[in-house]
Design a protein around this ligand. Structure first.
Ligand code: IVH
Length: 708
């Protein structure tokens, strides 16, 4: 419908109009730009403007239409409650139109709105406002009839929505029934937002990336896309949540049929005469609501102060929030104020700083991580997004670049959703002028020149040269980091400096730094050198778990490092372990087991550990060592094979270890006891052949444990 050249002009005009002073001559241009932006958003599902830009233009047009009504046209984008409907689901009418909210962006806008509310309220002096988060998800409407969830619908065009009942039923936090009839309510329509927990969103994306799929853009798109999936089972897996913030319609059971007296029943939805208590009551019935995040204020100054301070809380909320909603609390006053075709006059949204912006992609650099992964990073013209200036954006992997068809020189839409790291939503293809160039992915490590390899099940390319200086440097940074060995002062910049000057070549090198040389460097006075030395000295007695985490074994995070540390009395015991042995530990799966086995078998690992021990670091788990020396099984070795019936293998091993025994990973002349469960295979055979191993049943073993 729109040719590329035309779109380019419209995009440029949008930017010009954002800057332009209001004048009646701008009205047709604003209408044209907004019509195009609507088409991009609703028809192409490919927004061309950031939300903030769209709203600003929309408001400019609205303001001009209000001032010059003679110049407005019936097809103006302001003259409808837009939003498209797809044909995938049956359409249903909403009992009450689902309106949108008017947006405000600053204190002045809020004061204007307050003035309008006061004018509408007439004589009333104190107006109570309820302020609650504006959840960034997909709006839904739920109808309960005779206590049962009857229907769930999307907003659609505000009048008609899509019937997505089956999908809504997959949202675990939405009750399928609720005792409304006890409260005298026959039918009720509840509005809210389907949302996705930030952690679940991040998890889903981590999984997608591990599977080589591009990450989903943001929690809002994830929620609205999920609601429209055709397979409810798939919806269930995506683990959506909901927040319900409005009761739009309520039909009572006729008084003659309803015996219980409602009048003084404070838990009744129908009994409350304001928004705050209605939502509290809904929460008391088990519905997910913003109840804990609602605040009442009696003066617009307090509302403003709360709104302005809210951005600090934004990131700590479990769901993505794009602003706050301020509602007149009293229902009678809400009714008096009424609504326009587009929004209620009794509520307004206060939008937080835009988290999207457009910028220019200037260059792609490739950075090498400590596991050798090569990550493309886009260098863009610096833009402020949600309070921080963004100039570097990870592109994750090659597939993302190809799927989005990104090119150097592209104008790109950048988003920072919540505490999620910034990412490029997409290039604005209509802004291309032909000078853009393809991003060339390197086939060799940009740091050491070694070949890159990509495993079949992975989306990333890796440099497999273990001595690659970039990897070594990243490994040292990780080793010194706060959650690992916590070596204060040895942060990223010092490590990089020392590596560049060859003062530091590997992890053990930290403990053999030539301090005379450091003292000659600029910025390293006597005090900072002494502090660094003290921090390094202190790190020598860090517990084993921190050391294991600091070694940077792939897939081994802090928790797994603790599990590993608890399983041995000295790190060298792992040299004997195989994957089967690692898997017996709690929460360790095949991926970690394979990577740990591989790590401890490598000669480089062993050399590093020897060097660290020589330097005086703690490589033992002292508690474990103590337990061992005191136990009745001290000096005895055990191996468990086959399926045990009473104990988990990990429990049995822990029991043996608690008494001082140690666990071997294979049958050898060093083995004293083989404990066999059902289906024992080759290990049993081998032990029999050896003849020196005592073979025990699970019961024998338990007797032995109890009878020592
Ligand atoms: S009240 C008539 N409260 O924001 C009542 N809306 O941009 C209108 N939204 O369409 C809605 N959080 O989908 C309300 N706490 C909240 C909200 C909220 C998110 C959504 C809703 C609305 C959109 C307007």
């Amino acid at each position: 419908m729109y040719a590329a050249a035309q779109q380019q002009l419209l995009f440029q005009d949008a930017k010009d109009l954002l800057e332009a002073e209001n004048a009646p001559g701008l009205m047709p241009r604003l209408a044209a730009v907004l019509r195009w932006a609507d088409w991009r958003y609703y028809v192409q599902s490919d927004p061309a403007l950031a939300d903030f830009e769209y709203d600003t233009l929309f408001k400019k047009l609205q303001a001009l239409e209000a001032r010059f009504p003679g110049n407005s046209t019936p097809d103006s984008p302001t003259q409808r409650v837009a939003k498209g409907l797809s044909e995938r689901f049956p359409t249903v009418s909403h009992l009450v139109p689902m309106l949108s909210l008017e947006n405000t962006y600053n204190a002045e806008d809020l004061r204007d709105w307050d003035r309008k509310v006061r004018a509408g309220a007439g004589a009333q002096e104190v107006i109570e406002y309820c302020v609650e988060p504006k959840y960034d998800g997909a709006s839904i409407s739920l109808i309960y009839e005779n206590d049962q969830l009857l229907r769930g619908a999307t907003r659609g065009d505000g009048i008609m929505g899509e019937d997505i009942t089956a999908n809504v039923r997959q949202i675990r936090s939405i009750p399928l029934s609720a005792p409304f009839s006890k409260l005298g309510i026959h039918q009720i329509e509840i509005r809210g937002e389907a949302v996705i927990h930030k952690d679940i969103f991040a998890d889903n994306n981590a999984r997608r990336m591990a599977e080589g799929l591009a990450p989903l853009a943001n929690p809002r798109n994830a929620a609205s896309g999920t609601l429209r999936m055709l397979d409810p089972a798939e919806v269930s897996q995506r683990r959506l949540s909901a927040v319900l913030y409005h009761v739009s319609e309520l039909e009572r059971i006729p008084a003659s049929l309803f015996e219980t007296r409602l009048s003084d029943d404070s838990t009744s939805i129908g009994a409350a005469n304001d928004h705050f208590h209605t939502i509290q009551n809904l929460a008391a019935l088990g519905f997910p609501t913003p109840a804990g995040e609602m605040h009442l204020f009696r003066h617009i100054d307090d509302v403003i102060a709360y709104c302005e301070g809210f951005s600090l809380r934004r990131d700590s909320l479990p769901f993505e929030v794009d602003g706050l909603v301020i509602k007149v609390n009293d229902f009678a006053l809400q009714e008096k104020l009424g609504m326009t075709a587009h929004h209620p006059r009794w509520a307004v949204a206060y939008k937080l700083a835009a988290r999207q912006a457009t910028s220019k992609l200037r260059q792609v650099v490739f950075s090498v991580g400590r596991t050798g992964s090569v990550t493309p990073v886009a260098k863009i013209d610096p833009v402020p997004i949600g309070g921080v200036t963004v100039s570097s954006v990870s592109l994750f992997n090659e597939d993302v670049i190809r799927e989005k068809d990104l090119r150097v020189g592209d104008t790109v839409l950048v988003e920072r959703a919540g505490d999620v790291i910034p990412y490029i939503v997409k290039p604005l293809a209509e802004m291309r002028d032909g000078s853009e160039v393809e991003i060339v992915y390197p086939s060799n490590c940009p740091e050491c020149g070694h070949n890159l390899e990509r495993q079949e099940d992975e989306a990333v390319w890796r440099c497999i040269n273990i001595a690659c200086p970039a990897q070594v440097q990243e490994r040292i940074i990780h080793f010194c980091s706060k959650d690992a060995m916590d070596i204060r002062g040895m942060g990223e910049s010092n490590v990089k400096k020392f590596c560049a000057l060859d003062i530091l070549k590997d992890i053990p090198g930290l403990y053999h730094i030539e301090w005379e040389r450091v003292a000659t460097l600029e910025g390293f006075g006597e005090k900072s050198v002494t502090n660094l030395q003290a921090a390094l000295e202190k790190s020598k007695s860090q517990p084993l778990a921190r050391l294991i985490f600091g070694l940077g074994i792939r897939h081994v995070g802090e928790t797994t490092a603790k599990t590993l540390a608890q399983a041995v009395s000295h790190i060298r015991e792992f040299y004997e372990w195989d994957e089967d042995r690692f898997i017996t530990l709690e929460d360790i799966g095949p991926k970690v087991a394979a990577s740990a086995t591989h790590f401890f078998r490598r000669s480089e690992t062993r050399a590093t550990l020897d060097a660290l021990e020589m330097a005086g670091l703690n490589l033992a788990n002292d508690q474990k060592a103590m337990q061992v020396s005191e136990g009745a099984f001290s000096g005895k070795t055990f191996l468990f094979t086959g399926t045990l019936s009473k104990l988990k293998r990990s429990e049995a091993e822990a029991m043996a270890e608690a008494k001082g025994g140690s666990i071997l990973s294979g049958v050898s002349s060093k083995l004293n006891y083989l404990v066999v469960g059902s289906d024992a295979g080759s290990k049993l055979e081998k032990a029999r052949k050896l003849g020196s191993v005592s073979i025990l049943s699970e019961e024998d073993f338990l007797d032995m444990v109890q009878g020592d």
